[in-house]
Design a protein around this ligand. Structure first.
Ligand code: HAM
Length: 421
């Protein structure tokens, strides 16, 4: 019996690794420009790090963490990290980075683990690229994070993704809002789904995020958090929006957006796409001003985001599949003399940056032409021993099926100029 990978854990095969490397490299370039430094944190942490930071009643902590006993004398529990923010904040506190300079901009890349129900774009081991800006409470850094993300997505040429923006207020304005929302929900609780009724008291904001049509309809007129912000939170949020306007980054206000982690306050956001079905968030994040203190550090604010590499990679690969045929050249040869002539030509063309392919073993003309089609070649060079004797080869344009004879000494030039046009 063959052994298969664990459900929800997948290999990233060579065909896809190139896309991952492109994403990682672009991210590093943008992080460097924005002056973020890389941090590498452990994959395994003490369970309490996550239960305390993400929130005991969140889906992740309640049911999605991979937790196991360490078998030590204290009976410690360890957890495979479900996200990166908690670990980065722990490292920031533990290394006392803030003593040298409180304002730190850090980024990380790597695997995260959540025992969710696997589906397209949702895995149990997935990978994030994340950034955390610690030590700054001003709205300019929120905007900086959003502009960084926007620049990154633009650099990858990812059209069709949109920014959803919300503010969750602070310890002053959220409790009264929560109270008003709970009162509103209680009046309609019989009409809400079982799940919403269950979580209403503990976290009424989650009800706004319910995917049941009935719940969405019943809560359409629920009080909006954005209308309930205190002056400080409203000013902060308005500045973030003004900075986005200034930078021409479009966004939609999304007062019903509730993030699945408890540490957030003020600005929260998700970058979504309409091309990935229900798992539409490619990046998400927000401000977490109380987290450093909650984890035993000084009162230092923070804001950050994480994006899912699998989802980004899927989007990029879909776009590549949509793209018209590339500039690939396929060389079809008939006869050993033709093969020996073609091989150095392939090498020379590759060195000039052309994507070129040829067979090594003898195959029929027909089977080589089929392969050229499969590789989406835009030009096919047909080389036969007879043609070589005459000092010519045939160049076939795969788009319009036109064929022309080209003198041997002009072949390279002809292919290179086709690539340029
Ligand atoms: P999150 O919204 O839980 O936030 O995850 C961020 C991104 O990770 C999602 O938008 C998605 O692209 C990807 N992701 C999450 N779960 C999965 C999954 N099961 N399969 C595939 N991709 C997934 C956080 O993790 C926060 N730590 C973000 C943050 C950083 N907030 C502040 N700083």
């Amino acid at each position: 019996m063959k052994i298969t990978a664990i459900k929800g854990f997948s290999d990233i095969l060579p065909e896809e690794v190139g896309t991952w490397q492109k994403i990682e490299q672009k991210a590093r370039e943008i992080f460097a420009v924005y002056n973020f430094a890389e941090i590498r944190i452990p994959i395994l942490e003490k369970t309490e790090l996550f239960s305390r930071s993400l929130g005991e009643t969140t889906d992740i902590v309640e049911k999605e963490m991979y937790t196991f006993a360490d078998h030590d004398a204290q009976g410690s529990l360890l957890t495979l990290r479900p996200e990166g923010t908690a670990g980065v904040v722990r490292a920031y506190i533990e290394s006392e980075m803030f003593k040298i300079e409180a304002a730190r901009k850090l980024y990380y890349m790597g695997p995260m683990f959540r025992r969710e129900r696997p589906q397209k774009g949702r895995l149990r081991q997935f990978h994030q690229i994340g950034a955390e800006a610690l030590g700054r409470g001003d709205p300019f850094i929120d905007a900086e994070i959003l502009l960084l993300l926007s620049d990154f997505l633009e650099a990858l040429d990812l059209q069709g993704s949109g920014l959803q923006l919300n503010s969750l207020g602070c310890a002053d304005c959220r409790p009264p809002y929560r109270g008003r929302l709970l009162a509103f929900l209680k009046e309609r609780q019989d009409l809400l789904c079982v799940n919403c009724r269950r979580r209403m008291e503990r976290n009424p904001l989650r009800v706004l995020d319910c995917k049941e049509t009935r719940c969405a309809e019943e809560t359409r007129d629920a009080p909006s958090i954005i209308d309930s912000l205190c002056d400080a939170c409203r000013n902060h949020f308005e500045t973030v929006q003004r900075l986005l306007w200034q930078a021409a980054v479009p966004y939609d206000l999304s007062p019903r957006m509730v993030r699945g982690l408890d540490y957030y306050c003020r600005t929260t956001f998700e970058w979504t796409t309409d091309r990935l079905g229900s798992q539409s968030a490619i990046a998400a994040g927000g401000r977490y001003d109380g987290l450093v203190e909650d984890l035993g550090g000084p009162a230092i604010p923070g804001v950050g985001f994480a994006l899912g590499i699998e989802r980004l990679s899927m989007l990029l690969r879909m776009r590549e599949a949509d793209a018209p045929a590339g500039a690939a050249v396929y060389i079809v040869w008939v006869g050993a003399k033709a093969r020996d002539w073609a091989f150095p030509l392939v090498h020379s063309l590759r060195r000039k940056g052309l994507r070129v392919e040829m067979e090594g073993e003898t195959k029929s003309l027909k089977s080589q032409m089929r392969r050229a089609d499969k590789l989406n070649a835009s030009s096919v060079l047909i080389v036969g021993d007879d043609e070589l004797d005459r000092g010519v080869v045939l160049l076939r344009d795969m788009a319009n099926k036109q064929q022309e004879e080209i003198p041997l000494e002009k072949v390279e030039q002809a292919l290179i100029s086709r690539k340029a046009s």
